[in-house]
Design a protein around this ligand. Structure first.
Ligand code: FE2
Ligand code: FE2
Length: 233
């Protein structure tokens, strides 16, 4: 037990000597977590408008918003080890607009569910498993584990909403947006967490070279087969 404590302290001391890129990436994650908190709150409220305030998927989405804020706080704890830098306050974009203007409210909820939950959160889960595998024990590994456990639930919200809407209507119209949503998930939510050219995996950071096959496999074996059932492929 005492050994664990001493070991953790050693690793946390190491964290204060981590390369600057490590903090850059965790800072990117912090801002992505805050944006995700805003998006899940918006999705939760939209789901309540459509299905009532006690709707379980809506409540899960609102809970996910709290999870994302907690993830952001964990990132801030990691950032606090970087005593060389004061981080300016992050100003999230409160007017996140999902999908084309002409979508109905119900279609927009589905579009968000697909992009945010089924695609982004599922890809994130797969990458976090690999990050967890490679990270040092201590604050980095614990943080990754905490985020990973929640991401699984966040992804489920999307599949639940797709399933609900597919009971009464054809949702294959989403197919046309799939390539854009996959591209957006990568450029806005995944690429800022990757770093090429040096191995930072002990700090919970993968390179694009490591991440690409994991993402391709997750798309091919998990996401696309799930979407195929609804004609979204
Ligand atoms: Fe998160
Ligand atoms: Fe999440």
């Amino acid at each position: 037990m005492l050994g664990d404590v001493l070991l953790d302290r050693g690793i946390e001391n190491n964290l204060s000597h981590a390369p600057a890129e490590v903090f850059e990436v965790w800072r990117n994650r912090e801002s992505i977590e805050i944006e995700a908190a805003i998006i899940f709150k918006q999705l939760g409220r939209d789901l309540q408008t459509l299905y009532g305030k006690d709707d379980l998927t809506a409540l899960l989405s609102l809970k996910s918003s709290d999870d994302e804020l907690r993830h952001a706080r964990r990132c801030q704890e990691i950032l606090s080890f970087n005593d060389k830098k004061d981080y300016p306050a992050f100003t999230p974009d409160f007017k996140i607009q999902f999908g084309p203007q002409y979508l109905t409210d119900k279609q927009r909820v589905l579009y968000m569910s697909l992009g945010v939950c089924c695609i982004t959160e599922t890809l994130s889960t797969a990458l976090l498993i690999e990050m967890h595998e490679r990270a040092f024990s201590g604050i980095i590994r614990d943080t990754i584990h905490e985020i990973l456990v929640d991401e699984v639930d966040h992804a489920r919200i999307g599949w639940a909403e797709l399933n609900r809407q597919a009971q009464n209507e054809n949702i294959s119209w989403l197919k046309e947006y799939l390539p854009t949503l996959v591209k957006e998930a990568f450029s806005s939510d995944i690429a800022p967490m990757l770093k090429p050219n040096q191995d930072l995996s002990i700090w919970g950071i993968l390179s694009p070279k490591d991440a690409r096959p994991i993402m391709e496999e997750t798309l091919e074996k998990v996401i696309y087969p799930g979407l195929e059932k609804y004609g979204i492929l």
